[in-house]
Design a protein around this ligand. Sequence first.
Ligand code: CDP
Ligand code: CDP
Length: 215
Amino acid sequence: MTTPVIAIDGPAASGKSSVAKRVAGQLGWVYVNTGNMFRMITWAVLQAGIDAQDAAAITALEPSLRLSFEVCDGQMTARINDRLLTDAELNSPGVNAAVSLVAQIPTVRARLVSEQRALVTHGSLVMEGRDIGSVIFPDTPHKFYIDASEEVRARRRASQGLSDAVGLRDKLDSTRKNAPLVVPQGALLIDSSELTLDQVVSHVIAALRQQGIPS
Ligand code: CDP
Ligand code: CDP
């Protein structure tokens, strides 16, 4: 039997991390934040003094980056070269500004496709990102796309005290050639602009029940 995966995709600050974390908590499944993996690689690129537009230098650096994963408190924890990054490092203005450029680079995406698919060895997953239902696990029957208007999302980010040009990242993420942000085929689309987090989680849990989860 294949390990079940719930795929949650959507643009920046749509609420996918908060929703995925709560759904995973309710089901007792492992929560996986794939955006943090792109952020970790971006942090390493910036630490190495490489420009985020320098695809050749990033491609040369990539094989030297060691990624390791373990489940802690129901969440997939990732280390880069044995270093666990803080939330402040992962969400710094520098990383926010560079991550969508680094995420376009084919070697970076190829590396993370295989790393993310391999995580099923850790158990049933609730995985969120941009290409989970379209590329990483296209065959899963449990797909969600969480959206919200750009205005609402910019407001959510600002109220988290973070400097983040969400509109610019959305544009880069939606227009890139390789694994762009799309509503995956078969995904349930939830517009969270006017919904609380609790309401979005209830929608997702109700849909999962209809799909036989929890079994
Ligand atoms: O939390 P937020 O939506 O702001 O971003 P994130 O999920 O941490 O992702 C950061 C960036 O990584 C995105 O803007 C994408 O450029 C990239 N990403 C991706 O390309 N594919 C994924 N599965 C997840 C993130
Ligand atoms: O992972 P993503 O970037 O899509 O969003 P998030 O980090 O889960 O959510 C961004 C912020 O919006 C958090 O502070 C959430 O609590 C908030 N939020 C909200 O106020 N209402 C919702 N329906 C969803 C998220």
